[in-house]
Design a protein around this ligand. Structure first.
Ligand SMILES: *Cc1c(COP(=O)(O)O)cnc(C)c1O
Length: 459
């Protein structure tokens, strides 16, 4: 490893939050009480928290200052105007509907844009996204390129849509039976893999021929833009802002979880070009979220989000962000740990199939690996495999994703490279005794989004 490849933190630390590690016997009690589900471990009992990059961002001094500028009027808050202006400027999309978080936007979009019986093709599913699509009578169809399902294959832009798969779906089902294409930048469950500009453009060209709309899941769009700048020909000299703007010129709108690339702790939005759809979204937002000028957010939260978005598209920030994640991936790979290649934008995904070859997928190897990593080191991670994938809504059987992974998700601007060293050492020491990791079975399985609250016991 050459340290010059990993830029130092482009910030200095003004406020700190102490962390501590519980002794091993207490971690043992905690994980048992949590039913071997890291979602159910109290935050206080975690040493380094890599459960998610969602809402775990550290805000800047400017954002905290912005919190004091909250205009908490019920209607017509000036912070809405600031957010709207920022979204128009960065994404080029004119109509904004703020929501409490990303899934609030997914709920609205699925209700206004899906007719029961329609298909919603996308580059790999996401948990809450697919849930809302299916709840509104849609059927999700995975049209990501095949390579995305192969954990060990290291190629750029592994998140791309396979245009042949999209064409085939249109031919088979008819364009009128496709609600819209849902294009995620980056693809979370594929390992944070980016989509190339060329692919976005081609998807736009193909869908335009058939009058099909394209909505992005914009949650990690800035990370995606960094990969384009770094790896796609013709973009090296463009700014992150220019790249983001071009990406969204190929979309009809997007849903956004502000808890990721907007650098805030809560919030989200839906935005779009189409005025008629916007009217419909505004009619619904008052039912589920709040007035169209605040959706699910306080004025101060909209202000922090507007400032966060502007910070996120600064090169120094995003370069450090992506390369810090890559640093952890490089450390693990050099130690011989099987991970999804190449390392994506927000997390390193451990390949639990290769880490625990002694367990079958029905014994929930990734779930158990995440529990054991906590036990080993106080590091909290998350299962992204068969448990997260849930059950088929028709047959009731488990979805069995090819990727059975544990996600080490890096919060933005929170941890240092030294923390990454420690996480790598913990994973390595667990790898050395990997055959002691036991399989799990359900003791409690919730009907929806089961991974959040399920409980298990060791077999
Ligand atoms: C987090 C996330 C969402 C949902 O956003 P929330 O703010 O958690 O509701 C949607 N899509 C992707 C890719 C995400 O990572």
């Amino acid at each position: 490893m050459n340290l010059i490849d990993y830029p130092a933190e482009p910030f200095r630390i003004k406020s700190v939050e102490p962390v501590k590690m519980l002794p091993r016997n207490e971690r043992e009690r905690v994980i048992k009480e949590a039913g071997y589900n890291t979602f159910l471990v109290p935050s206080e009992d975690v040493y380094i928290d890599l459960l998610t990059d969602s809402g775990t961002n550290a805000m800047s001094d400017q954002q905290w200052a912005g919190m004091m500028l909250g205009d908490e009027a019920y209607a017509g808050s000036r912070n809405f105007d600031h957010l709207e202006e920022t979204v128009r400027d960065i994404f080029g999309l004119p109509h904004l509907v703020p929501t409490h978080q990303g899934r609030g936007a997914e709920n609205l979009l699925s209700q206004i844009a899906i007719k029961p019986g329609q298909y919603v093709p996308g580059n790999m599913y996401f948990t809450t996204t697919r849930y809302h699509q299916e709840r509104n009578g849609g059927t999700f169809v995975d049209i990501i390129r095949d390579e995305a399902h192969d954990a060990s294959l290291s190629i750029p832009f592994k998140g791309n849509i396979d245009l042949d798969k999209l064409q085939r779906l249109i031919d088979e089902k008819g364009a009128e039976n496709i609600a819209y294409v849902c294009l995620a930048v980056t693809v979370n469950l594929a390992g944070g893999q980016p989509v190339s500009m060329k692919n976005m453009k081609e998807v736009r060209e193909l869908t335009t021929q058939y009058g099909i709309k394209v909505f992005y899941d914009a949650t990690r769009c800035v990370e995606n833009a960094f990969f384009i700048k770094e790896q796609e020909e013709g973009y090296g000299d463009k700014t992150i802002r220019e790249i983001v703007r071009e990406m969204f010129s190929y979309a009809d709108g997007c849903t956004m979880s502000g808890k990721k690339d907007c650098l805030v702790n809560i919030g989200g939005f839906l935005c779009m070009n189409d005025e008629k759809l916007f009217e419909k979204a505004k009619e619904l937002v008052v039912v589920y979220e709040g007035m169209p000028s605040y959706g699910g957010m306080a004025g101060r939260d909209m202000e922090a989000m507007a400032i966060g978005l502007k910070e996120a598209v600064q090169y120094e920030y995003i370069e450090h962000r992506v390369k810090q994640v890559r640093y952890l991936g490089d450390k693990l790979r050099e130690a011989g740990i099987p991970i999804i290649e190449p390392t994506g934008g927000h997390a390193v995904f451990i390949d639990a199939r290769r880490f625990c070859p002694h367990l079958t997928q029905d014994q929930f190897p990734a779930q158990s690996l995440a529990a054991n990593l906590y036990l080993e080191s106080g590091v909290r991670s998350m299962e992204r495999g068969i448990v997260s994938a849930g059950r088929d809504k028709i047959t009731g059987d488990h979805h069995r994703p090819k990727l059975e992974t544990v996600r080490l998700t890096i919060p933005r601007r929170v941890y240092t490279y030294r923390h990454m060293d420690l996480v790598a050492a913990a994973v390595q020491s667990l790898y050395e005794k990997r055959e002691t990791i036991k399989g799990l079975r359900f003791v409690y399985e919730p009907a929806q989004l089961r991974f959040f609250t399920a409980r298990f016991e060791e077999i």
